[in-house]
Write a protein that binds this ligand. Structure first.
Ligand code: MG
Length: 326
């Protein structure tokens, strides 16, 4: 079967096409927010402006037209309401216009499933790290449960917020990662509570120190990332020993960070478990993963009625067992 997937939860509008689990196309158009942060209305405007172009590129690079599509899949949440609504409206329109079945997909679930597929690791412990989320996940009876998570902000939000505070032109984790290269360690608050994490004290302290002239921003960027990643590794390691899992995957936007990958790889090696991470393309927000996960869910549960296809801005992965009842 051929599935078209639409992603629009935050800064990225992406449409991908998957045929029987294989990615045929994955067109990604990310809104550049500069230093002003993610303003919902501007994200929605961007997504509606590029929607038609991204759709036609996704179809043409897969050498297909809409008639050949068997299923419309869309990211249903969690996400920012305004941009999310654009993708949902687009999906509903295509489903009605071309008389196709439709299915809403939980965004973290899609990151997890495409990562399992591309790393070939079966039933691993999952570390999901992104702008809005930081969670340790495990699958039980076909559904994911959250073993531990951030008690305040997502790790990506921590990096973006600090990048904005020190006025980086491109206030994004990737720019902070570049700045951090060669930095020296400064002690910052380290807060782990069992399998849960707390990042806001770390952000506040870093912001306070950033106005001092004797500490270079490079050192703070380095120390902020080292501290946050060490905290994340600690909870992942504890969860590995508690669950006795033989593999760990990391996924989500922040999983692209090479330093985090290096720390997790080392921790897994010492723990004697396999480590896996998908190519960057699938850790960015992307439509192909939504198509891939949509196909899996459709085969298990069938399609949704259009009335159930509304955005769910706070849609947690552990709510999926209420949305999909077997
Ligand atoms: Mg994401």
């Amino acid at each position: 079967m051929i599935t078209l997937g639409i992603e629009s939860t935050a800064h990225t509008l992406s449409i991908g096409i998957v045929k029987d689990g294989n990615v045929l196309s994955n067109i990604i158009d990310m809104y550049y927010a500069g230093n002003e942060g993610l303003i919902p209305r501007k994200l929605a405007d961007h997504h509606s402006e590029v929607f038609a172009k991204v759709l036609s590129q996704a179809l043409s690079s897969a050498l297909l037209n809409m008639k050949k599509i068997d299923l419309i899949s869309f990211s249903q949440g969690p996400g920012i309401g305004a941009p999310l609504s654009v993708g949902v409206a687009g999906a509903k329109y295509l489903a009605i216009r071309y008389k196709k079945p439709i299915i809403g997909v939980n965004h973290p679930y899609a990151h997890v499933k495409i990562s399992e597929h591309s790393t070939k690791l079966n039933n691993p412990l999952v570390l999901y790290v992104s702008g809005g989320n930081t969670q340790i996940l495990v699958e039980r009876n076909g559904h994911y449960i959250v073993l531990g998570e951030t008690l305040d902000i997502g790790i990506g939000n921590l990096f973006d917020s600090f990048a904005r505070a020190i006025k980086l032109k491109h206030a994004h984790g990737s720019a902070l990662e570049a700045l951090a290269k060669g930095g020296k360690y400064v002690e910052l608050p380290y807060t782990v509570k069992g399998l849960n994490l707390v990042f806001s004290g770390l952000l506040t302290k870093s912001e306070q120190l950033s106005v001092r002239t004797d500490i270079p921003h490079k050192d703070l960027a380095y120390s902020l990332m080292e501290t946050a990643f060490s905290m994340t590794c600690e909870v992942a390691e504890r969860a590995l020993f508690l669950t006795n899992k033989k593999s760990l995957i990391v996924c989500g936007g922040v999983a692209q960070n090479k330093r985090l990958q290096q720390m997790l790889r080392l921790m897994c090696k010492e723990a004697g478990v396999n480590f896996g991470v998908a190519p960057d393309e699938f850790n960015r927000d992307n439509g192909a993963m939504i198509a891939y996960a949509g196909e899996l869910l459709y085969k298990k549960y069938g399609g949704m009625v259009i009335e159930d296809c509304d955005p769910m801005t706070n849609y947690r992965i552990d709510q999926m067992n209420f949305v999909f009842r077997s």
